[in-house]
Design a protein around this ligand. Structure first.
Ligand code: PLP
Length: 346
């Protein structure tokens, strides 16, 4: 094998999911799988999560939600939160996908399609708690809930959830978001709404701030063992993915390995280390398809070196690399190109 490879461990994904669920209980895990499950592969991640007993899945867009539905079959709840086109709404309702709704206009479009299909749409109404990305503004909230409640009464939708997304940038901001969220829940309840779930937090807030958790938590990064940039190590979690590359040649000038920026390794990572049989060795240069590492004794063609993830030598995580270039671990993983074969192991 003369190729770099990204190896994904099902055992580690399952162990992380178990640790996350234990940590957030009694809040239910919604396993977030945007960006092709953060580069790990949507189908494999869904299948592995099902074998861990996960019942809620999160896909950003309807297209990914449908792929998850095909993989897991009937049963299981799939939540897609991107505001979508009418043909996508149609496909989502037929496949029993729950839809996140962040505007009155989107709600209206869903109602029309649900009525035409004779399907009860399951919607999760989103209150904007400060991020201003997508979400019903607090001043419009009661009107939107009133509209949704009327549609609930005529049988075209069910309001199954109320949710929001928070910045996780500072505790003070998140506390302010919680206040807005609680007011929205109280308003909805006063208007007669009875939901299955409420959800506000993603990985970091769900892990560190129990008081913010709703009855459900949408967690991606930590399930894949990706810790927050600038954040501490996470007890009981380990990276699911390991990136390695084989040695192509050895000389006094350096050891060439088969991975470069075309594979998605940021060239600005030059100067970081790679793990070798002798311990960490500095990567001198990241080229297009090859990189050069400082020589170590015993280096041989065909040996593998570790770029990130659990392995025999010099462990470092995608987030460790990301921190060197001011980004996040998720980006290191999602940037890896399809040129790098994905290998799935137990
Ligand atoms: C990405 C995302 C999540 C998951 O975030 P992590 O930090 O990866 O756990 C949850 N909710 C929404 C709306 C998201 O976009």
């Amino acid at each position: 094998m003369s190729e770099a490879r990204l190896e994904m461990s099902a055992d580690r994904l399952r162990a992380n999911i178990a640790a996350v669920r234990a940590r957030i209980a009694p809040s239910t895990l919604l396993f977030a799988m945007k960006d092709n499950a953060y580069g790990h592969g949507l189908e494999w991640s869904a299948r592995t999560a099902v074998s861990s007993g996960v019942e809620w899945f999160g896909a950003y867009d309807v297209h990914s939600a449908l792929r998850i539905r095909r993989e897991i079959g009937n049963g299981g709840r799939i939540f897609a939160w991107a505001t979508s086109e009418d043909d996508e709404i149609d496909a989502a309702l037929r496949a029993e996908i729950d839809l996140g709704v962040g505007s009155a206009d989107y709600l209206t479009r869903i109602l029309v399609i649900a009525r035409a299909l004779g399907i009860v749409a399951r919607v999760h109404l989103k209150i904007d708690t400060g991020l201003h990305r997508n979400g019903i503004r607090p001043e419009d909230w009661k009107d939107a809930v009133t509209q949704a409640r009327a549609a609930e009464n005529d049988g075209s939708i069910r309001i199954v959830g109320i949710w929001s997304h928070i910045a996780e940038a500072s505790d003070a901001e998140d506390d302010a978001s919680l206040t807005v969220f609680r007011n929205a829940l109280a308003d909805a309840e006063a208007l007669g709404s009875r939901t299955d779930v409420v959800h506000l937090t993603a990985s970091a807030a769900a892990w560190w701030r129990p008081e913010l958790r709703g009855s459900m938590s949408r967690i991606g990064a930590f399930c894949y063992g990706i810790r927050s940039a600038g954040g501490p190590e996470l007890e009981g979690l380990s990276p699911v993915a390991t990136l390695t590359a084989p040695v192509l040649s050895v000389s006094a000038d350096g050891v060439r390995i088969a991975i470069g920026s075309l594979d998605g390794l940021p060239s600005t990572l030059g100067g970081m280390t790679a793990g070798t049989a002798e311990g960490p060795a500095v990567i001198r240069k990241i080229g297009l398809t090859e990189s050069v590492i400082e020589p170590w004794s015993g280096a041989e063609v065909g040996q593998r070196v570790w770029l990130f993830g659990p392995g025999a030598h010099a462990e470092q995580s995608a987030t460790d690399l990301a921190e060197r270039i001011d980004t996040v671990g998720e980006e290191i993983l999602t940037r890896l190109s399809p040129r790098v074969p994905r290998v799935y192991v137990s």
